[in-house]
Design a binder for this molecule. Structure first.
Ligand code: SF4
Length: 363
């Protein structure tokens, strides 16, 4: 435990709106465990939010405060981990600038998430406005062709493909390296991002000599699968989420809407729980979920009763979180908490930037 406590974990979350159960089971529960074992820095990634949402900046500050209350309500503890807002600690930008000097653009263009997310944003922007999209595509195509670029990658030439978005892995590397993170909690699908950070470290250290930047290791976290109401991944952009603090009434209505086995119509029809969203949530909230699966397969329970029981189980846990959050909202000033965290984060970040600046020949 002592050795682990000397290890440093850094992780951030974008303040893009209220958190849902996918965030809770996928990230926050892991953070709550990590804070007991490691020196943790958890930050609100407000600059990252701007890389794909500069047009929605009016809600950033409020989302940040709400997110901090959410963190506290699920058990993150400022006495155990440092919470801060990224933009309160300017060395994040300073180190990103220096890392940008050693990061070839080709590395960033190869980042598969960049193109995938860009396509997704492009589709979202013009959702239901095919005429507008065609017009925008026409202009973009002309521009791309005029510059001799591949006109098929339209999103890449749109005004959404901004420099900050292309460069977000550089800012992400700075977030991590500034605190000499030894570990970064990630899912296996995020490994390419961490590899990019490690490539930057090696290039920086090679160019400037020494080993001022440290290569972090991945800390693979296992998270249960949390489907959305319709069976796709839970995501705000699909409109299929359940909030961590969902109100009892809307929770009940959402569970009623959950996708179930379409072949199970009557109570005694034999069901197939593997593709059923209700069953996936029983696995999370019902200690006897195996028995429920069996009952479903044998046609001993109907979907109505199965959903009703799930509603009761979830409301018990979510209701307790809601109460806790309401108490915190009445007593805690998130801004004060973030300001205190920023002082601690800045102390570490300033010391690191001094060493990095010296290595880069600036001091
Ligand atoms: S009984 Fe339950 S697990 Fe089986 S299909 Fe219906 S809702 Fe899903």
């Amino acid at each position: 435990m002592e050795n682990e406590k000397r290890s440093v974990v850094v992780s951030g979350a974008r303040p893009t709106g209220r958190l849902h159960l996918g965030n809770y089971w996928g990230t926050l529960r892991n953070w709550a465990e990590l804070q007991d074992k490691f020196n943790c820095y958890f930050f609100v990634a407000d600059w990252h939010a701007l890389t794909t949402g500069a047009d929605k900046s009016e809600s950033l500050a409020a989302n940040t405060r709400e997110m901090v209350l959410d963190w506290l309500a699920i058990g993150l503890d400022p006495a155990k981990a440092v919470f801060f807002r990224q933009s309160d600690v300017k060395p994040h930008a300073e180190l990103a600038l220096l890392l940008g000097m050693v990061t070839p653009i080709s590395w960033l263009l190869r980042n598969p998430t960049f193109k995938d997310q860009l396509q997704e944003l492009y589709k979202q922007k013009y959702k239901g406005q095919e005429d507008k999209m065609k017009k925008a595509e026409g202009v973009t195509r002309q521009l791309a062709e005029a510059h001799g670029h591949d006109a098929d990658e339209l999103a890449l030439h749109s005004d959404m493909a901004v420099y900050g978005f292309l460069g977000y892995p550089v800012l992400m590397a700075a977030d991590i390296l500034l605190y000499d993170a030894t570990h970064v909690p990630i899912g296996r699908d995020q490994l390419p991002h961490l590899e990019l950070t490690r490539d930057m470290v090696r290039r920086f250290n090679h160019m400037f000599g020494g080993d001022v930047l440290k290569e972090p290791e991945p800390l693979f976290t296992s998270s249960p699968v949390v489907p959305g109401l319709d069976g796709r991944k839970m995501s705000k952009s699909y409109g299929n989420t359940i909030s961590i603090f969902e109100e009892a009434k809307t929770l009940e209505a959402k569970i009623k809407k959950m996708y179930t086995d379409p072949q199970k119509i009557k109570l005694d029809d034999k069901g197939h729980p593997e593709g059923c969203v209700v069953c996936a949530f029983h696995k999370l909230y019902n200690p006897d979920w195996k028995a429920r699966e069996q009952e479903c397969r044998e046609g001993k329970v109907g979907c109505g009763a199965c959903k009703k029981q799930l509603t009761e189980l979830m409301e018990k846990e979510i209701g307790a979180l809601r109460t806790r959050r309401a108490e915190l909202a009445a007593t805690v000033d998130p801004e004060k908490l973030l300001a205190g965290g920023a002082v601690k984060a800045r102390a570490a970040a300033d010391a690191k930037m001094k060493a990095v600046s010296r290595a880069a020949g600036l001091i």
